[in-house]
Design a protein around this ligand. Sequence first.
Ligand SMILES: Nc1ncnc2c1ncn2[C@@H]1O[C@H](COP(=O)(O)OP(=O)(O)OP(=O)(O)O)[C@@H](O)[C@H]1O
Ligand SMILES: [Mg+2]
Length: 249
Amino acid sequence: MTGALDTPLLAVRDVRKSFGEHVVLDGLSLDVHAHRVVVLIGASGSGKSTLLRCVDLLEDVDDGVIELEGRDITDPRLDADAVRARMGMVFQSYNLFPHLRVLDNVTLAPRLVHRTARRQAQDEAMAVLERVGLADKARAFPDELSGGQQQRVAIARALVGRPAVLLLDEVTSALDPELVGEVLDLLGELKDTGLTMLLATHEMAFARDVADEVCFLHAGRVHERGPAAQVLGDPLEARTREFVRRFTA
Ligand SMILES: Nc1ncnc2c1ncn2[C@@H]1O[C@H](COP(=O)(O)OP(=O)(O)OP(=O)(O)O)[C@@H](O)[C@H]1O
Ligand SMILES: [Mg+2]
């Protein structure tokens, strides 16, 4: 298929990013189509977080183009806050403000950055808290919640502006094992609603369950990509096989 319908929601083209002499992304290209879940896997240091941070404009790329909804978002003339509002980012450490109640954590960006009226921001925040199953915790402070609940609040906060794409970086790795499931279940539910996601994880079982496509990062590029069952179950490349074997042993 060609034409507009085939245009990816997010397109990373030949992106280069170095820290000093250290080349982390070496001409990396990647497409994410609407309503797809693309999972990044790869060894520690392979650049998964760097890629997500470049997409979210938390890092400047050295070269290459990142297009969101057909627009080059690396163009310095664009308003980075407006671009970022089309994306939701969730980190390993939930980064909630400890002195703010759950509801205020979720309404903060809409009110500060987008100047949404208090009442409207609260209504929207309650709707997303409902969606992540935490409407009853709206008045709680973060330290009154479990790690899994805090991470679900962070996901609610990322959803509040109705982003075109959700970026998630190892969102379960700081959690106690018994809390991982509730966050993974939530991401599965969000996938079922058609939300587009690009996420990095070390959870191979989750990647297999949720991913439409898996990308194995190696040497600064996408070394192998394909359906989860293929990349994780029967990889074509020796490097991918070695990595997957280590994680599923
Ligand atoms: N701000 C920075 N300054 C210098 N080097 C950095 C910076 N951020 C990342 N790096 C380096 O870039 C490389 C890629 O890091 P990145 O965090 O993207 O890897 P990763 O694939 O997310 O790893 P992990 O699986 O451990 O999370 C690493 O070698 C890291 O040390
Ligand atoms: Mg990382």
